[in-house]
Design a protein around this ligand. Structure first.
Ligand SMILES: Nc1ncnc2c1ncn2[C@@H]1O[C@H](COP(=O)(O)OP(=O)(O)OP(=O)(O)O)[C@@H](O)[C@H]1O
Ligand SMILES: [Mg+2]
Length: 299
């Protein structure tokens, strides 16, 4: 039978980006790039967000692509953020059809209609891409925010540096733990995601995982869940100190329900740890799978 440590290592590797998935993401990127470039003047485009930082969880969806527009598109910058999103939405509907295209507050989501099979398997395919129209602004970028109608500043390089530093300071286990908790957050058992946006888990992890890697996944997760529960109600600024707080969409009601879910997760983690102490390894594996989701292995 798998030990808990072996099970976590297997789980961790299942949540890692593999070559086939990267190949599929790159093919989708090329396909979307070709189309978007035929409709808008684009200087540069690149895969970014959690996908590029290796903090995206499985199944792989909503992979961000920044489309950096040329000066000739700058007229959008003086208009409400919704205008550029309207035009990207219309263009993408022409290519992918109404049903595949979903407007979001800072991007347009294109769904490829990939089926999620048993145990969250997707045949190494990515489910969807978030097309983000952006302008370069010195070292930073500006992205449209439909909620306020304004453009907000961001800097993926700074976010990536913070994640890399945190990962190294945590025995190279930080990104794995972030992916595991984001996987828990995506579990349909919650109904709506407890922590929204899930980027907030990564932002909180920059401060909630401290003191260095302790050597045991189960204990690390238990205390990570507990600290997240304690601190979910705080204001969490953009780690690059450019955009609005990442916690802006967590209203008091959402904070309360996320706190309940996180506390329960910490408690269930504690019970799973106790099962191992009682020599009930098989029961402990089942408890972790029930807590985290079907990619956690039983064998
Ligand atoms: N409030 C913000 N201010 C500045 N930059 C932000 C803000 N929110 C998100 N970003 C940047 O935009 C990227 C894409 O946002 P998104 O919400 O898709 O997060 P993500 O890290 O890609 O997580 P997920 O795995 O949920 O897609 C983030 O990775 C981050 O670099
Ligand atoms: Mg994203």
């Amino acid at each position: 039978m798998l030990t808990i440590d072996e099970a976590f290592r297997k789980f961790k590797s299942r949540l890692e980006l593999n070559d086939k998935e990267q190949k599929n993401a790159s093919e989708r990127h090329s396909e979307i790039r070709e189309f978007v470039r035929s409709k808008f003047s684009i200087d540069n485009d690149f895969l970014t967000g959690s996908y590029a930082r290796y903090t995206k969880t499985k199944p792989l969806k909503d992979i961000d692509i920044f489309f950096v527009m040329k000066e000739s598109e700058k007229h959008y910058r003086s208009k409400s953020a919704g205008v550029v999103l309207d035009d990207y939405e219309k263009a993408l509907i022409d290519k992918y059809g109404r049903a595949a295209v979903r407007r979001q507050s800072r991007s347009i989501n294109v769904d490829f209609g990939v089926e999620v099979k048993e145990d969250d398997k997707t045949d190494y395919k990515i489910l969807s891409i978030d097309v983000v129209p952006v302008f370069a602004c010195g070292e930073d970028y500006e992205i449209p925010d439909d909620d306020t109608g304004k453009w907000i500043k961001t800097n993926p390089k700074k976010h990536a540096e913070k994640a890399t530093n945190a990962h190294q300071a945590y025995g190279n286990e930080w990104k794995g733990l972030v992916r595991m908790v984001k996987y828990w957050n995506n579990n349909p058992k919650h109904g709506e995601k407890p922590v929204k946006p899930s980027f907030m888990i990564e932002v909180m992890a920059l401060q909630c995982l401290y003191g260095g890697w302790g050597g045991q996944f189960d204990r690390e997760l238990q205390s990570f869940f507990a600290t997240l529960a304690d601190r979910i109600g705080e204001i969490w600024p953009d780690p690059a100190e450019l955009g609005p707080p990442i916690s802006n969409s967590m209203d008091p009601q959402r904070v309360a329900s996320a706190q309940r879910a996180l506390r329960q997760a910490a408690e269930e983690a504690g019970q799973a740890i106790h099962l191992v102490r009682q020599g009930k390894n098989g029961e402990a594996l089942k408890a972790w799978r029930a807590l985290l989701g079907p990619m956690f292995p039983l064998s």
